[in-house]
Design a protein around this ligand. Structure first.
Ligand code: SAM
Length: 356
């Protein structure tokens, strides 16, 4: 009994902490909902039915949001739409208890999954710069840990920096905005022609599948409509030039992806907030694979990862605790290996400081 209570209390503490600390600043709705769950023994009993690794608030709240998007929780939907935290708190606990079996089943089956296209604003200039340095006029994009592969259409979106500079297709249905920080302008180089779009993921998301697409939406927070709008536009854009998605471990599938690239095309490998999921050993192995391939054929690797995550990318003294991410650019061509940090950025691409 004491053990059960201890477990319940720590789960309650985790939901309260998530609500007040993680959600608090950016999602008042999830702050109210998470704190209400923390205070409800009935709701916590439902959460406890999920496997231990799936009891995290991000998974359970996404599974709850999924029920809203399916139309199964109209009161919670109304509270979300009205941005009414008090009503959402009550409706969320009711929905969690009433729809317990479905919510636990979804949480058990799914991983939280995002594909943040705001990151294109930090990827585009680094990729364009990499292709320029190699002198390539055609590139094949290979996104490792690609989720739904939505960032593989980065050449077809419009990117507006707040200093007035723009990149990409100004008429795109996906319009991205990014603040520019620091003294340097972002290079205005246009991206070389993209002739192939290939993604690798352990669990690729097929946006043409209704359940998969809804789950991507469910993993967004309900009071962040700009992310929902971006996701809708990105899905539409991606469906016009669908990427080839390879399912499996990055290290195992990278040779397959590289083999799909015509010999006169520069492969540009991207990793965005993906390498953190690899062991250190696998991150080093990943780098070795790139190096081995580059002995035969030039390649570019662009990374946007937390500080000290992408191997060989210098951190310039930045701390992991700072919360920002680093943009790395590696050009590997025969014996020439040049790895540089070219920028700092917000993890979702809200701002970019070009440092190169
Ligand atoms: C946080 S998501 C980032 C998704 C996307 N790159 C973005 O920036 O929005 C991390 C992705 O890496 C994938 N992943 C993690 N480990 C992997 C591995 N060993 N091989 C392939 N994909 C992996 C996950 O399935 C997930 O889709």
């Amino acid at each position: 009994m004491a053990e059960k209570m201890g477990r319940a209390m720590s789960l309650s503490g985790a939901y309260r902490h998530f609500g007040q600390t993680d959600a608090g600043a950016s999602s008042p709705l999830y702050e109210s909902v998470a704190v209400a769950i923390a205070d409800s023994p009935d709701a916590l009993a439902v959460v406890e039915q999920a496997p231990p690794l799936k009891r995290h608030p991000t998974v359970i709240l996404a599974a709850l949001h999924d029920q809203v998007l399916r139309g199964n929780a109209p009161e919670l939907a109304a509270a979300f739409a009205a941005r009414d935290g008090a009503a959402a708190a009550v409706a969320a606990v009711d929905a969690l208890v009433d729809l317990a079996d479905d919510i636990v089943a979804t949480a058990t089956l799914r991983q939280t999954q995002t594909n943040e296209t705001g990151r294109c604003a930090v990827l585009y200039p680094a990729i364009a710069e990499g292709a320029r340095r190699v002198g390539a006029s055609r590139v094949a994009l290979i996104d490792v840990g690609c989720s739904a592969g939505l960032n593989l259409t980065l050449d077809r979106c419009a990117i507006h920096y707040d200093d007035g500079e723009s990149l990409g297709d100004p008429d795109s249905l996906l319009q991205l905005h990014c603040a520019r920080v620091g003294p340097n302008a972002v290079p205005a180089t246009a991206l070389a022609e993209v002739v192939a779009r290939i993604g690798i993921d352990l669990n690729p998301v097929d946006v043409n599948d209704e359940d998969d697409a809804r789950w991507l939406h469910a993993c967004l927070w309900p009071d962040q409509p700009e992310r929902t709008e971006r996701l809708n536009a990105a899905i539409q854009l991606s469906s016009q030039t669908p990427p080839t998605l390879l399912q499996g471990d990055a290290l195992a599938r990278l040779p397959d992806a590289l083999a799909m690239v015509p010999s006169d095309v520069l492969p540009v490998i991207t990793t965005t907030w993906a390498l953190a999921y690899f062991s250190l050993e696998d991150r080093l192995r990943f780098l070795r694979r790139l190096d081995e391939f580059a002995a035969q054929h030039p390649l570019v690797w662009v990374s946007a990862e937390g500080v000290d995550i992408a191997p060989a990318v210098p951190t310039m003294g930045d701390s992991r605790l700072a919360g920002h991410s680093l943009v790395g650019l590696a050009v590997l061509a025969g014996s020439r290996v040049q790895v540089e940090m070219v920028g700092r950025c917000h993890p979702h691409g809200r701002w970019l400081e070009w440092t190169s």
